[in-house]
Design a protein around this ligand. Structure first.
Ligand code: BGC
Length: 346
């Protein structure tokens, strides 16, 4: 595997941002930007040998900065929602910034320049999040490491340490389309999720605490089905989210690296297997993308349901639900999670 680096752009605040190209021996490539650790592209040949770029992205750094929906980026310190922006850790209660509505959503990492360095076949992106950033306690040392395997897996490895009790829940927010960037919809792509439970949402997309069995509902992806099959159903949960914006609870053991989802395009033959150590995944179908004025990398217009996100993570609003797996991190402990998006052709 090789890694090359070149300048991508300069942020509004004057920071130079580099883009790294990772390439494996099969000719599969991934481009990663220091800004937000964004996955700018993942390029591989389809069934007929035509190269497809299977993630959505922007044309310029400025477009990423003017951003939408955390496209391609790492999200954190805590992915998704923290109800009312309030949590308690180490016996103290903290109030966070609440950007969207009354809840804390996603945090600042997707809009932060991480410092990249290549070591052999690994690209490391580092950031020291200062005590108090977004309202979180503790200086948090974060490292996101990307690499490409010979089996066409893009490996994302996350580590973090802190000097005060805090909470952490990192994920990646790429929008995938296995027909390639520029195709208008991913609704006929076929998905399996190895999860027999899903968190019920309230009207603000916060989990109520109930985990619903997926059997017999539009949330049942335990057998392969087109993503769009039930997406316009009358189900209240689906209508509220304009599709899927829900936390699927995996059947595998938390902490173990296991296969959690498989997506497939009959048109291109491209298959994506997702492996993770994480216990759950926000499956998000982006029913609003058409409202974004900025085009995609190849100039194509945005449209609703153009990409799907598989945000492997701990559950949203964990601090409000002590029964959910903990996201607490204490000094001396090391946060460590891994997700692999592995590609092939059928
Ligand atoms: C959230 C959505 C949100 C999207 C873009 C997802 O993780 O669950 O509600 O609109 O990210 O920020």
């Amino acid at each position: 595997m090789s890694i090359k680096r070149k300048l991508f752009g300069r942020t509004k605040s004057g920071q130079d941002v580099y883009i790294y190209t990772l390439e494996n021996k099969n000719g599969m490539r991934a481009e990663i930007i220091e800004y937000g650790c964004i996955i700018h592209s993942i390029v591989l040949p389809d069934r007929t040998g035509v190269e497809r770029d299977v993630v959505l992205g922007c044309q310029t750094l400025e477009d990423y900065e003017n951003g939408f929906g955390a496209i391609g980026s790492i999200v954190g310190r805590v992915a998704n929602r923290i109800e009312n922006g309030v949590f308690t850790v180490g016996g103290r209660t903290y109030q966070l910034e609440t950007g969207r509505g009354k809840h804390h959503v996603h945090g600042v990492f997707g809009r932060t320049v991480f410092r990249g360095s290549a070591d052999g076949d690994k690209l490391m992106l580092d950031y020291l999040s200062p005590d108090g950033e977004d309202g979180f306690p503790g200086n948090l040392n974060v490292r996101v490491t990307y690499s490409l395997t010979d089996e066409n897996g893009l490996v994302i490895d996350y580590t973090a340490t802190t000097d005060q009790p805090t909470i952490v829940n990192l994920t990646n927010h790429s929008y995938f389309n296995l027909d390639g960037e520029g195709s208008p919809s991913m609704l006929d792509q076929i998905l399996t999720i190895y999860a027999s439970g899903v968190c019920e949402n309230d009207a603000d997309t916060c989990p109520t605490g109930r985990i619903l069995p997926v059997a017999g509902t539009p949330f049942d992806f335990t057998q392969p089905k087109p993503i769009g099959r039930d997406i316009f159903s009358d189900d209240e949960q689906i209508k509220m989210a304009r599709g899927y914006d829900h936390n699927f609870v995996f059947d595998k053991k938390p902490g173990e690296l296991g296969l959690v989802a498989t997506a497939y395009s009959e048109r291109t033959g491209i298959v994506m297997d997702t492996f993770t150590t994480q216990p759950a995944m926000q499956f998000f179908t982006a029913g609003f993308l058409g409202a974004i004025p900025r085009p995609g990398k190849n100039g194509a217009r945005r449209s609703n349901y153009q990409g799907f996100c598989q945000e492997t993570q701990h559950y949203p609003c964990t601090p409000s639900h002590p029964e959910f797996p903990s996201i607490d991190l204490f000094p001396g402990d090391r946060y460590h999670e891994t997700t692999i998006y592995r590609f092939g052709v059928r």
